[in-house]
Structures are given as structure tokens and as C-alpha cells.
Design a protein around this ligand. Structure first.
Ligand code: NAD
Ligand code: 4PL
Length: 244
């Protein structure tokens, strides 16, 4: 199997929203992008649009993660960039969060990040090179109400970035988080999160609704060769809604 010189990126949850914008940005920069999503048809549509490769993948399934990462290595020969974007984005008051919902959110947003990162770092470690970007959220900074399980998972994502940076650095792998503020993705626009713009936009330094393409360039920079000296960090991309 011939190895191409083109860098390969795996973006999870890339069938729509922020993930699709990241996939498009990386493709525009010349990377071969694997568009992975539990929604296989949506992933295929995005892959067709950007000249990428679609994979149906539930990140919370150990079997599926193992199979898909193996397929990518077989078919494309390398994984240079991983963007852990797939997540459930619920809006549920604390008193109404059942243990079942809590566990499902942990399973996708935390177990999913573990599973994909664990599989991909094995490949990157062999190559001695990698760029990992976790999509966190500024809810971890703001302590946004009515999604405590979700905020907890984003804390886990940032914790993993901080902890793994030291273990992955010697392998030539950087790992960082990008923490967006509220973004008009398909998911947010089709849920009660859409009403969040009414109170968040006035708190931002730039007073318009954020869109997925506002987040993608920060991710592409951290995934680039030029970001070699940055690891273990969280970059908040929220038009100044929060300041840290
Ligand atoms: P979205 O709901 O519009 O899209 C999420 C995508 O993930 C969908 O295509 C969905 O099919 C996929 N997905 C869900 N479960 C999956 C699973 N088990 N395996 C694989 N794919 C799965 O979401 P979005 O708003 O674009 O959010 C993307 C990322 O950005 C998430 O990590 C989210 O937490 C984060 N984020 C979003 C906002 C926002 O306001 N939209 C703000 C900060 C952070
Ligand atoms: C500020 O990550 O960061 C709503 C939904 N509002 O998912 C988020 C803000 C949402 C956010 C988020």
C-alpha cells in the first residue's frame, strides 16, 4: 500500500454543524479528511462536497472505533490529525437529568473521546507525529445552567488535554482544546439552545450569532504544522463572551 504525502485528518461528528465546518476547512487546506459520524448518510454528503472519505461511526462503540481506525490506516496509510468533535449537546435542567441520560452523555462525550483518542494515538505514536484537537465548550468556563452533564463532559475533555499533553509530547503529538461559545449549528438551531442567543449575544464583544465557520480556523491552526509549540492548552473561541 503506497503512502501518500497528503496529511490525513479524522473529524468525528462531521456530518453537520461545527464538525462539518472543520472538515471543510481542513480539506481547503489540502488535507484528506475522513468525515466520521453516526449519521452515515450525512457524513457521505459532506465527504462528497469536500472531496473526503465518509465513515459511519458511533464514537461510543469500542468495536466500531477499532474497525474504522483500522480501515483508515489500511486505506489511507496514516492519521496526522484527530478532531474529537462528536458530542451530544443536551439542554436539561438538573432535576430532570435521569441516570440513563447522564450515562448516555458520558458515553458519547467522554467514552467516545477516550476510545477514538486511544486508538488514534497508537497510530500517531508509531509515526512519531500527530495533532489532536478536542472540541470542548465555553460552558466549562461560564458554568452555563441546564446542561450540567454536558458541562461535566467538557471538563473531562479539557482534563484529558492537560493530562495527555505530557505523555504525548515525547511521541511528537500535540493535544489541545478549542472551546467555542454558542454557535448556530443544526443541533443548536433545532433545540431549545436556540433561545440562548438572546442572552449570550449581548454579552459577547462581537454582537452577532456565531456560526460553525467562526470556529473552524482556530481548529485548523492547532492542527497545522505551525502549532508545534502549543500543547495542553484550551483556546476559547466565543467572540469574547467569556474572558480567561
Ligand atoms: P450538532 O448536534 O449540530 O452535530 C453533532 C454531530 O455529531 C451530528 O452530526 C451527530 O450525528 C454527531 N454525533 C452525535 N452522536 C454521535 C456519536 N455517538 N458518534 C458519532 N457522531 C455522533 O452539534 P454542534 O453544535 O455542531 O457541536 C459540535 C461540537 O461542538 C460538540 O462537541 C459540541 O459540544 C461543541 N460545541 C457546540 C457549541 C454550539 O453552541 N453549537 C458550542 C460549544 C461547543
Ligand atoms: C454558551 O457548548 O457554549 C449554548 C450549547 N450556549 O452547547 C454549547 C453556550 C451551548 C455554549 C453551548
Amino acid at each position: 500500500m503506497a503512502k501518500s504525502e497528503q496529511r490525513v485528518a479524522l473529524v468525528t461528528g462531521a456530518a453537520q454543524g461545527i464538525g462539518a465546518a472543520i472538515a471543510a476547512e481542513l480539506a481547503a487546506e489540502g488535507l484528506k479528511v475522513v468525515v466520521a459520524d453516526i449519521n452515515g448518510d450525512g457524513a457521505q454528503a459532506v465527504a462528497d462536497r469536500i472531496g473526503g472519505v465518509a465513515k459511519t461511526l458511533d464514537v461510543s462503540s469500542p468495536e466500531q472505533v477499532s474497525t474504522v481506525v483500522g480501515e483508515i490506516v489500511d486505506e489511507l496509510g496514516r492519521i496526522d490529525v484527530l478532531v474529537n468533535n462528536a458530542a451530544l449537546v443536551p439542554l436539561t435542567p438538573w432535576a430532570e437529568i435521569s441516570f440513563e441520560e447522564w450515562r448516555r452523555v458520558m458515553s458519547v462525550n467522554v467514552d467516545g473521546v477516550y476510545l477514538v483518542t486511544h486508538a488514534v494515538t497508537a497510530v500517531m505514536g508509531e509515526a512519531g507525529y500527530g495533532r489532536i484537537v478536542n472540541i470542548a465548550s465555553n460552558t466549562f468556563v461560564a458554568g452555563t445552567p441546564n446542561c450540567a452533564h454536558y458541562v461535566a463532559t467538557k471538563g473531562a475533555s479539557i482534563g484529558l488535554v492537560r493530562a495527555l499533553a505530557g505523555e504525548l509530547g515525547p511521541l511528537g503529538i500535540t493535544i489541545n482544546a478549542v472551546a467555542p461559545g454558542i454557535i448556530a449549528s443544526e443541533g443548536v438551531l433545532s433545540s431549545a439552545h436556540q433561545h440562548g442567543f438572546d442572552y449570550v449575544v449581548p454579552m459577547q464583544a462581537i454582537n452577532r450569532r456565531g456560526v460553525p465557520s467562526d470556529v473552524a480556523p482556530a481548529v485548523a491552526f492547532l492542527a497545522s504544522e505551525k502549532a508545534e509549540w502549543i500543547t495542553g492548552q484550551t483556546l476559547v473561541v466565543d467572540a469574547g463572551h467569556t474572558r480567561n
